[in-house]
Design a protein around this ligand. Structure first.
Ligand SMILES: Cc1cc2nc3c(=O)[nH]c(=O)nc-3n(C[C@H](O)[C@H](O)[C@H](O)COP(=O)(O)OP(=O)(O)OC[C@H]3O[C@@H](n4cnc5c(N)ncnc54)[C@H](O)[C@@H]3O)c2cc1C
Length: 380
């Protein structure tokens, strides 16, 4: 048997590739991951590491997020990944925002969530909250990891504890089992999962083109420690019109009309607020959304100002100093949150198209691997 023969080759070492590697080793497959860079350097290490259940699109995405959250909870301690936050508090500044939260809590997605009064929010959150705070949604379902550390740690654990072979600084030029042609020679594998993130042109470009994907560039900030530990991740009113689990509720229409009128720069730059905290107490804060076929590297300063403005409005305090700035890019489709294509019998192409890969990737990968190896119903 050639040295490089695997049951499964995964192209892409981001979270979606690693999720497929994990799902395959859990059912006993010999797995290789092939990654262009020396380690993952794309969306997967640039995100908030916010494994979000509450707010995901109702139905499939919400269920995938619950499964993905459970798998993160299981794998993180084994891989030495610290869970920096649990839960979410989403503040509301207007009756319209409170109406969306009330409506959300009446759906099945509200299970386990509750309404916080301004006083309980302030008590739990070090007195944060502007003078116009009306209340907050609390969700216990979320986890938060520091992605820049968690993704390399997950890859190292898959390699050392689960026997996954990594080929890094290796580009796959074509992926047609039983052979993949790479910049370092041929790798043999019975099946392939291609997880290319926002690379739409190297592998199966004609299949990807059929989905009409675009790209989204996001601006992110790391802020200095605020001097205390946040009890959970924080979000605010704008998120109620962006996250599909809330935004699809009829009550979100009035809120969006109000916020668009009051905060046009935030909508022009696709800004909403997520605040999470790291082990060093620094805050990761974002984000903005600019859509294009080639978003380019030039992030408008207005987007950053809008993010910091929303921080001050919702938390009632000026933001701590900015320590780092970066951008990230992910794939976007107008009509789906992810795609699974089968360009050949033993090949799957998997792209998350809604900026939710850390939150849904493990669940999607389990589904793909079960289908690829015909394992429906088998529990690893
Ligand atoms: C700023 C930002 C914030 C976000 N926040 C969150 C969040 O908090 N929660 C959440 O759930 N989601 C979040 N997302 C979305 C999430 O990060 C993405 O959905 C997810 O990372 C996509 O993972 P991926 O593995 O598909 O892509 P990537 O991380 O881009 O990885 C793809 C990898 O494939 C490699 N590759 C591609 N083609 C080849 C080839 N031919 N040969 C070899 N290697 C190849 C690339 O080098 C790359 O490393 C955020 C995204 C961004 C940008």
């Amino acid at each position: 048997m050639p040295a490089h023969t695997f049951d499964l080759a995964v192209v892409g070492g981001g979270i979606i590739g690693l999720a497929h590697a994990l799902a395959a080793v859990r059912v006993g497959k010999r797995v290789a991951v092939i990654e262009r860079d020396v380690r993952a350097n794309g969306a997967s290490i640039r995100n908030f590491g916010f494994i979000t259940v509450t707010g995901q699109e109702r139905g499939d995405s919400w269920r995938l997020a619950r499964r993905t959250r459970d798998l993160w909870a299981e794998v993180a301690p084994k891989a030495g990944i610290a869970v920096a936050h649990r839960g979410l508090m989403l503040t509301a500044r207007s009756p319209e925002a409170m109406a969306v939260i009330d409506a959300f809590l009446k759906t099945e997605m509200g299970e386990g969530c509750r309404l916080m009064t301004p006083d309980t929010f302030r008590k739990d959150a070090h007195g944060l909250g502007g003078s116009d705070l009306q209340g907050a949604l609390f969700s216990p379902h979320e986890l938060r990891v520091e992605s820049r550390d968690a993704i390399p740690a997950l890859a190292a654990w898959l390699k050392e504890a689960r026997g996954v072979t990594f080929f890094t600084e290796t580009v796959v030029f074509d992926a047609m089992p039983p052979r993949l042609h790479t910049s370092r020679g041929v790798i043999e594998a019975g099946a392939v999962v291609v997880c290319p993130g926002d690379d739409f042109v190297t592998l199966y470009p004609e299949h990807i083109a059929g989905y009409g994907l675009r790209k989204c560039r996001l601006s992110m900030l790391k802020l200095a420690s605020p001097g205390f530990r946040l009890p959970s991740a924080l979000m605010s009113d704008l998120s109620l019109t962006r996250y599909r689990g809330y935004a699809a509720l009829p009550e979100a229409r009035a809120l969006e009309a109000k916020l668009r009128a009051e905060q046009p720069a935030h909508y022009d730059n696709g800004v909403h607020l997520i605040v999470v905290q790291g082990a060093d107490d620094g805050l990761v804060v974002g984000d903005s959304h600019h859509y294009d076929h080639l978003p380019g590297p030039f992030a408008p300063a207005e987007a950053e100002h809008a993010i910091l403005d929303e921080y001050a409005r919702s938390l009632g305090r000026a933001a701590p100093p900015v320590l780092e700035r970066w951008t990230g890019i992910y794939a976007v489709a107008d009509d789906r949150t992810y795609l699974i294509d089968a360009p050949q019998e033993n090949v799957r192409l998997v792209i998350v198209t809604s900026g939710t890969g850390a939150s849904t990737g493990f669940g999607i990968a389990e589904r793909v691997i079960n289908d690829l190896f015909d394992l429906e119903g088998r529990v690893a």
